[in-house]
Structure formats: C-alpha cells, structure tokens
Ligand binder design. Structure first.
Ligand SMILES: Nc1ncnc2c1ncn2[C@@H]1O[C@H](COP(=O)(O)OP(=O)(O)O)[C@@H](O)[C@H]1O
Ligand SMILES: [Mg+2]
Length: 234
C-alpha cells in the first residue's frame, strides 16, 4: 500500500472494520457516501478511504480538497493489494472502499467483498435502481454471508411520503436490511467533489446543516453496528 500518504499515528487501533460501499447500479451515491461518511468517522477514528473504481472519482475529489483531506487515501484496482486490506489491521479503525458500479466486470468488486466485514449499499428512490440493487445483494453479497445494510440516498423531503414509502418497500416487500438513517438530496452533495468539500470542512449554515446532520447520523449508526466498543468510547 505504498500509495497511502502517511500521517502521524494517534494510537494503536484495537479493531479494524472494512466497509465496502457497493451497488452495481451507478449513480446511487457510493462515492458520495464513502467520502462523506469517511470524513465524519475520521473525527473520532483513524480512517482509510480506498478507491477501487476505474473512474477514480474519489481521487479527483481528494485532489480538490488539497491539504484538507481528513483521512488517509489510496487508489488501486490491484486484486493483490485489495486482498491484503486485512494486513492494515493495526493502522486503521475504519477502511471504506468505494467500488465500481457495473453489472459486468465484477472481479474487483468481488475481491473487495471477500475482504470486507460489512457492505453498505446506497440506493436512490427510483424504480430503476431496485433490480440492480437486488441483484447485487442476491448474487454478490448474500452468498458471502456478509453483513450488509441498504442506505436510502437522495431522499427529497418535498416529495410527500417518499421516505416512508421506500422504507416500507425495503422492509416489508423486499425484506432487505437497511440503516435507520438516510441521506437527503442536497445541492451540497453535488457540488462537494468539484469544490473539494467534505462535511469536516463545511461551515454550518442553512445551506449545509441538513447534509451535516444526515452524515453524522449515518456515521453514528455504523459505529454502533460495527464497532460498539468504539461508539461508546467518545
Ligand atoms: N444526497 C445527494 N444529494 C444530491 N446529490 C447527490 C446525493 N448523492 C449523490 N449525489 C450526486 O449524484 C451523482 C452520483 O453520485 P455518486 O456518489 O457519484 O454515485 P456512484 O458513486 O454510486 O456512481 C453525483 O453527481 C453526486 O454528486
Ligand atoms: Mg462512484
């Protein structure tokens, strides 16, 4: 993992959790979630974000943040490097892996899922996103008995009952596990990569407060799900 820029170690990590942010549907928010949740978790934990997507969206975003990137960052699609993610155990509490959204080329995604402890599966409230999401779950995630949770993203508070309708769909009709928290649709998310912004660098104001609150909820839920000892420590 030579690409990782080193930062001073704060303390020895007691446990490391690898979270694959995955959905074979493109445009559902994998990159957004990996970067923003990674930033939020870095307030309390040592975090590595890995970009294994050939499009390297996070690389571009990370470059735009210049010196304000609050976590370590690595870009690689090399299967050998990915299968060695576990070797980082002593260095990070959370490793978030941003994965490609493709139904065809699954080699890289499968290598990441083999190494992961949890799959975080963002989905947008669009009928067209349902099938590829279910396919990702049934073909790639469930056969590995990998813990996972679907995260509703781009919820529009102006659409009546949208959140409740989609929560019910996931819970009652599709029967897939989901996070309690969700991410609303905000312009801040769309602008963040080009402005090099992350929740950790946003000033709290009317434009940003919803984004900041959503990301904080998701990070706390992940901490509680995946690392209860750490969640209780702060
Ligand atoms: N909650 C949100 N609100 C507004 N825009 C969003 C949100 N989540 C994602 N986007 C935008 O949607 C597009 C796709 O998101 P991205 O994170 O790149 O998805 P993926 O990595 O799954 O392809 C990007 O332009 C991103 O900025
Ligand atoms: Mg992406």
């Amino acid at each position: 993992m030579t690409e990782i820029d080193s930062r001073p170690a704060r303390e020895v990590a007691v446990s490391m959790v690898i979270v694959a942010v995955a959905n074979q549907k493109g445009g559902v928010g994998k990159t957004t979630v990996a970067m923003q949740v990674g930033a939020e978790l870095s307030r309390r934990h040592r975090v590595l974000v890995v970009d294994v997507d050939r499009q390297q969206s996070t690389v571009w975003w990370a470059e735009n943040t210049r010196d304000r990137l609050p976590f370590d960052f690595a870009g690689s699609q090399h299967p050998k490097m990915l299968s060695r993610l576990r070797d980082l155990r002593a260095e990070y509490e959370f490793v978030l892996v941003d994965t490609p959204g493709s139904l065809e080329d699954t080699v890289v995604l499968e290598t990441v899922l083999d190494a992961a402890d949890y799959a975080l599966v963002p989905v947008t409230p669009e009928p067209l996103a349902v099938d590829p999401t279910l396919r990702t779950l049934s073909r790639l995630i469930e056969p590995r008995r990998l813990r996972h949770g679907v995260l509703l993203n781009r919820i529009d508070p102006r659409v009546p009952h949208q959140l409740e309708t989609w929560q019910r769909l996931l819970d009652a009709e599709l029967g897939v596990p989901r996070l309690e928290s969700h991410l609303r649709q905000y312009k801040v998310h769309a602008e963040a990569p080009v402005l090099g912004e992350l929740v950790t660098s946003l000033r709290r104001n009317r434009r940003t407060e919803g984004t900041i609150a959503d990301i904080a909820c998701i990070a706390r839920e992940l901490e509680q799900l995946l690392s209860p000892a750490l969640a209780g420590a702060w």
